[in-house]
Write a protein that binds this ligand. Structure first.
Ligand code: ARG
Length: 438
């Protein structure tokens, strides 16, 4: 079913028809397509391009179509080229000749540009809401488990931190992600409807009216840009990639922490899976899937960047390729955020294991060196003395704070009774990280 048979003598090859058709994926845009069309018709009435009676007939036809699609009565399928042809053809079948006036002063080029803007704006706002839920989950799990844990560099135990501080590091990352999306929405918030194919129209239309009707800040400034701009998809895909990168880093920690080697957390049954052969296993599949899906979201970003790089102004059919990748990347990002929130809300944090790791890791060695510095030793010398103490402790399977004062004095006579309080883990936290706690 085509909208453009007039200037063609021969029919299109079936191969080409299938190759060209986008209905199987752009059906996702049915709501935006119908909503955009309703706003367009209202404008046509306001500008006296169609009569009020015609406008009313078209609008009720479109509303009826929307209801039929949403109730499942009308399935989006058949040999239509795209969602725009599907809606227009069904409207004409439903209301007859008047339906043929819908496409006055509009092209599929500004129509698809509008649909994608409306859709991506809606979905980007959904990402913001889900990020807010994730931010809450991070804060809550941190606050409820404000225990001492080892902080790492090079995945080697380094200094004492708290589980809350660790969670709040991710809170900072996702807060930036939220700001990035809000900024992207602000930049893209302009309506391309009314640019028509590339150069506007001979009708006296009102782009301000449709922009307002559809909730945009304003119409786009330039017609050529309006129909061919896909920057907002690239920008959002890039924001989604950064979100996935953050989720993937957190997933990696969850995978490590839930292993018996770390044993810092236990994932709930709700967000883990078992092995078909090894009965003892509980696998962190949710976290592994998020880590794995990150690659695909990066791929979606690369695909759209590459598609757009050689396209002359204005619309070219290459741009139809913007959809599958973008839909995939937004759905993957949304479900990954939701699954991460679910995992965080239901996991158990093992206070004891984390504390044992702190003790075994000489995580007060830096503070022990600071102690000697406070007593007058140069830091480089203090570093060497504590290094020697750590070797001794490792050889004798003992923690620094378990050494007697007599033993400590063998390494430096600057040690005194107050060393034990100074290198107490809680005290080192109070002096260091707690200054940074929000
Ligand atoms: N399916 C097309 C797309 O996604 C719709 C726009 C078609 N425009 C055209 N001039 N053929 O880009």
């Amino acid at each position: 079913m085509k909208l453009w048979g007039g200037r063609f003598k021969d029919s299109e090859s079936k191969l080409m028809e299938d190759f060209n058709s986008s209905l199987r994926f752009d059906k996702t845009l049915y709501f935006e397509d119908i909503t955009g069309s309703i706003a367009h018709v209202k404008m046509l009435v306001k500008c006296k391009i169609v009569t009020k009676a015609e406008g009313d007939e078209i609008i009720s036809g479109l509303k009826a179509l929307l209801l039929e699609v949403e109730s499942g009565k009308l399935l989006i399928e058949g040999d239509f080229e795209d969602i725009h042809s599907f809606v227009e053809s069904n409207l004409i079948s439903k209301i007859g000749e008047t339906g043929k006036k819908l496409h006055t002063a509009r092209s599929r080029n500004d129509q698809v540009a509008l649909d994608m803007r409306l859709y991506s704006k809606k979905k980007a706002n959904e990402v913001v809401t889900n990020l807010e839920e994730l931010l809450m989950a991070l804060k809550t799990v941190g606050e409820e488990n404000n225990y001492i844990m080892p902080g790492y560099t090079h995945l080697q135990r380094a200094q004492v931190v708290t589980f809350k501080h660790h969670m709040l590091a991710y809170h900072s990352m996702f807060t930036r992600d939220k700001a990035r999306i809000i900024n992207a929405i602000d930049i893209m918030d302009e309506s391309p409807l009314g640019c028509c194919a590339l150069a506007g129209t001979t009708y006296d239309t009102d782009r301000d009216f449709t922009a307002k009707e559809l909730g945009f800040k304003k119409p786009v400034d330039n017609f050529l840009d309006g129909v061919s701009d896909r920057d907002y998809l690239i920008e959002l895909s890039s924001d989604f990639s950064i979100i996935m990168m953050h989720l993937s880093r957190l997933s990696e920690e969850i995978i490590l922490w839930s292993s018996k080697e770390f044993d810092f957390i236990r994932l709930s049954d709700e967000f883990s899976t078992g092995s078909s052969i090894m009965p003892q296993k509980k696998n962190p599949d949710a976290a592994e899937l998020i880590r794995g899906k990150t690659g695909r979201v990066y791929g979606d970003l690369m695909a759209i960047l590459t598609t757009m790089k050689g396209i002359p102004l204005a619309y070219n059919k290459d741009m139809q390729e913007d959809k599958e990748g973008f839909f995939d990347s937004i759905e993957t990002t949304l479900s990954s955020i939701k699954v991460m929130s679910g995992m965080l809300k239901t996991m158990k944090v093992n206070k004891e294991s984390m504390f044992n790791s702190v003790k075994k890791g000489f995580l007060n060695a830096t503070e022990a060196a600071d102690y000697l510095v406070n007593k007058g030793m140069a830091f480089r010398n203090a570093h060497r003395v504590i290094g020697e103490i750590v070797i001794y402790c490792e050889d004798n399977n003992i923690a620094i704070e378990e050494l007697s004062l007599e033993k400590l004095k063998m390494f430096s006579d600057l040690f005194d009774d107050d060393i034990y309080e100074f290198i107490d883990y809680e005290n080192t936290l109070n002096k260091g990280i707690k200054n940074n706690m929000k």
